[in-house]
Design a protein around this ligand. Structure first.
Ligand code: APR
Length: 248
């Protein structure tokens, strides 16, 4: 592993356009359950609750489940060393962008600024009835079934439900950075949910070197990964950071 860490650190240190593509695994050590794998969200909840049509037609039943799935645990979660390492690399001009599938806001809490939220966010909601975008305050989330403070209408969390399109700006910026990238970090993702999961393939096709950090092999590992660093993101990223400082 040390040889792989050293090779990866050299590539990262000399990168021209380093991009990080992150999934639920980067937040696992912050206490946020992943979707798949032991104790995953889909072991406990039926994915249908995140289907947009089901949500709209079962608004009163779904909101309490969504609060239980995400809002309660996200509110308590803090960034871990993996998030902080990426934020530091951005501050130092090394990391150009984070493309995250996560909606937990932990990259921003760690200080990252150029975070492209491919699946939206949990900070705000859109009213399906009056169209306004409202911050999801503690007061609104305290309601059993959150209602729009302006019109009393139904609030849809601003993350991407199954059956909804990826926010256009996020899709466009993600592809731009992906196609400019020479070193592409793929961190904590199974690589099965499209269209997000297609981005590393685009990077690879465009000549990027894929450095993957994951507890277990993913869909990428035997296909496009050039360097596979197996283990916890919260340990491997700080180890890479230490090695980069040693060689610089
Ligand atoms: N460090 C690194 N990787 C980890 C860690 C860790 N500490 N813990 C778990 N992992 C890895 C798992 O091995 C797995 O590959 O994180 C990945 C988590 O996979 P998923 O739960 O499928 O998460 P993700 O790939 O982000 O899911 C993508 O699926 O349900 C949708 O919209 C949801 O954004 C989500 C998308």
């Amino acid at each position: 592993m040390n040889d792989s860490i050293s090779r990866a650190a050299n590539l990262i240190a000399s990168s021209k356009h380093l991009v990080a593509f992150t999934g639920a695994g980067i937040s696992a050590e912050s206490g946020i359950p992943t979707f798949r794998g032991p104790g995953g969200i889909w072991d406990k909840y039926d994915p249908v609750v995140l289907d947009i049509d089901y949500f709209i037609h079962h608004y009163e039943q779904v909101w309490p489940v969504i609060k239980d799935m995400f809002y309660t645990v996200i509110d308590r979660a803090q960034p871990n060393p993996a998030h902080y390492t990426l934020a530091r690399w951005e501050k130092e001009g090394l990391l150009k962008a984070i493309i995250t599938q996560n909606i937990d806001n932990l990259h921003q809490k760690a200080g990252s600024r150029n975070v492209i939220e491919y699946h939206g966010n949990t900070r705000q909601a859109v009213c399906l009835d009056c169209g306004r975008t409202v911050p999801l305050t503690k007061e609104i989330l305290a309601q059993d079934v959150p209602r729009c403070p302006h019109c009393g209408g139904r609030l849809k969390p601003d993350f991407v439900f199954f059956g909804e399109p990826i926010p256009a700006e996020a899709a466009q910026k993600s592809l731009e950075h992906t196609l400019k990238s020479d070193i592409y970090l793929v961190i904590g993702t199974t690589g099965i949910i499209m269209p997000a999961s297609l981005l590393p393939y685009e990077a690879k096709k465009n000549g990027a070197t894929i450095i993957e950090i994951n507890l277990n092999p993913s869909e990428y590992t035997g296909r496009i990964t050039d360097i596979f660093l197996q283990g916890k993101a919260g340990e491997i990223l700080p180890a890479l950071d230490t090695e980069i400082r040693r060689i610089q």
